[in-house]
Design a protein around this ligand. Sequence first.
Ligand code: SF4
Length: 338
Amino acid sequence: MSDVLLRVRDLRVHFFTDEGIVKAVDGVDLDIERGKTLCLVGESGCGKSVACRSFLNIVQPPGRIVSGEMLFYGGADREPVDLAKLDAKGRQIRQIRGKEISMIFQEPMTSLSPMYTVGNQIMENILLHTGTSKEDAREKAIDLLGQVGIPKPDRLIDEYPFRLSGGMRQRAMIAMALSCHPNLLVADEPTTALDVTTQAQILDLMLELQHNYGMALLFITHDLGVVAEIADDVAVMYLGKIVERATARVIFNEPQHPYTRSLLRSIPKIAMKREELDPIKGMVPSPFRRPEGCTFHPRCPNVMDVCRHVVPSVTQLDDTHTVQCLLYEPEPVEQARS
Ligand code: SF4
């Protein structure tokens, strides 16, 4: 039986603006395995968050999924459902969202309303997706708040989110996301806004709960330190494309794509002098001015002439390792040299 929980193929999400079309996700292929952690990494503006929002079919206008497949094997029969084909406001996707797939955000107030108590919001999700009574839903909400490390959960359940600290709000959001035991938790930079100590506590908590619940975790981050701690697999994203995909061990020890190597070289190390820092040259280009050919070519230390006009395709280096770079495609390189 397949271990794949979500299989994404050639996903394209475009934003139709007055200034032009932004191809935020431009042909993404991804497999998320049951019970494993996949980290999606890349600089800000590379399309990571849009890709993940599309997995829940919550892309906001003027954006929309224009093509591709997102096969979700989450049901008891493991029959695939193509999330890309579901009506974003329809019954089927609403049954999957919050129950089979949950999402947590960098800013907890994105999913917690200031108008209702923490308990009401967790209970609402439980009541929506299960046939349980109000009393049982309240008991379960208190239990969940306890599991995520909130002290005196039977009292805090009646508090409003704005009365909690940032770390406590993040814990409450995790409790809400886990309230129906999802198969997949999508976490969009959930620890970026927290101080280092709280960040470490929340990461430990998420890993513990992932282990207890046996769920898959899709973790979006630009922090490679976090990736090193938690990832089984890593997908590196640049301007809407997955440019390299491999196990975490391979990404950290044998990265092949020049962008992945540049990201790894730019991590500051303890005792490193300021002049030894090696940041990536240039900036992520404006989505309205995508470079021709390989979109990374203006910043690439290995750029060749061919890169300026040929778009690289995906090269399979081994069973679990893919890269999208002309260095690994013999033909275009030979053409350029001849
Ligand atoms: Fe660099 Fe060329 Fe590979 Fe793009 S295709 S990453 S420019 S070597």
